[in-house]
Write a protein that binds this ligand. Sequence first.
Ligand code: ASN
Length: 595
Amino acid sequence: LVNHVDNHKENNMEHLRNNSSGSLITESVRESRVLVLYTGGTIGMIRNENGALVPKANAFVKKLRNYPHMYDREYAEARFGLMGPLVLPMTATDSRRVIYNVLEYSPLCDSSNMTMDDWIRIADDIKLAYEHFDGFVILHGTDTLSYTASALSFMLESLGKIVILTGSQVPIFDSRSDGLDNFLSSLIIAANYNIPEVCVYFGTNLMRGNRTCKVSATSFEAFDSPNFPPLAKANIKIEVYVCIAVDYRAIFRPCTLEKFHVHTSLNRNVGLLRIFPSMTTHLIKAFLQPPIEGVVLQSYGAGNVPMNREDIIKELSAATKCGIIVVNITQCATGCVTNTYASGKLLDDAGIISGFDMTPEAALTKLAYVLSKTEWDLQTKLEMMQTNLRGELTAGRPPRHEDLDLVEAVARSLRLSSTAERQELGSILFPAMLNAAVLSRDIVKLEVLKGYGADISQQNADGRTAMHIACCEGDLNIVRCLLRMGANVHIKDRFNRTPLIDAIEFDHHEVIKILMQCGAHLHGSAYAIGEKMCAAAAVGNLKRLKSYKLANADLSQKDFSGRTPLHFAALHNKTQVLEFLLDQNVETGCLDKTS
Ligand code: ASN
């Protein structure tokens, strides 16, 4: 894969897509591919002659290649040649090689200049590259990083892969910087963990993006997730990753039978209105003037506005009557809007809805997203603002896993007390029980296990999930049930097999169809897929070729020797296969390597 940044190409997504499978030599090496969208921010800036930080175009990747932490030159050049993608060195604890491409934006942007158009551009780029990468890292300035993360969490619908935003307080190429750790950890997590969320990585925490706020202009712990614990923590011992502890139960997984898609329109007529003592009526009135359509009201404490200010309530009430959505969140860094005080009732009567514990960034971007949904009427939009769409809010009593925690009970009876022991027990217990439930086709048991806190996408020691097993078994009801419970279709096991590969190799056509409907896709070298199809054609395995067709494989794909399934069908006189392939309009003029 020729690196587009070194080629100084703009608009090179097409190029990236066409080349993302790389060379053929290491099909057996387990690799993960990450696309880095470098949008700007301090992380890649350099100091000009006056000492001020400025972005510098086309320098980032060149410099990275000189950092042995970020680029394993020997491996990368043997695998991809001189100007190929970047490759991280392997550490003792890594199970996969991390291959990453950097797409540099032009112009590079200080995030304080970012607009909704930039969010749309990022979302579109992820859409274009989605099937060619296992995860995405967005290098972004820190100032508006939480806004972008929140917006993307809504715009990327039915997301099945990880997207991590990160940046730094000090440029990555300065001698002392937080950028190197933030970037490196983000790459490793994006390549190795199935967390299908828009996340923010900063300090040592992986956080749900729409729960984050920038809390410090100076600290390396610049971001916090005040109302929700981190999804994962990376503990680092100088340059060696000891452990990345992920709380799988906290991961928000889409439970729809839908493909990943991107919502790219946003309503810009939204605003944040912060209540303060002696606020004038005039100010409120001016704020609520057309074309405003949505307001995030930042009230005091548990959602209070001054009870003695009828004028404020009157203006807000008039606004909601005109169809403006007003969402109430708290000015406090932590906590939730409740109806504890009398002013809560007053706001209800004025048509103001609760934003629960949403951050200002999440509430504002959610409004922009919800208001742009032309297919929803006002009532639906109001409901959606109060519904947990992407894990951005906690409505009602937060789930308390310990109430029903199976692992906890077994751990107690085995007298296991440390968190590490309990985590290990959970990682053995749940996959085994989920797999047993799949094998016995027991939907009720699957639901009970989910209730006990099992992560439906948890991998066993071979990296296989309940979904892999279900796709080998071919029971459509179980597959559907797992998908509705949030099972992920992209997870690769120790042997690099996805559930789709399993369904193909057992020729479960209906299962393949539903997997494709949910966004599953073939991965890896096209030649290797060609090899499998040629082998099927050679023995007249029509069913297998039909499986590949359902999985959108190119039936004219060549194998490593340049021959296509048609060559093999002809060579071995498999007339049924020949007829099928010709019916599919495969290329008939392909020459193999011996012509
Ligand atoms: N002004 C910078 C930005 O947001 C701050 C940073 O990245 N640390 O782009």
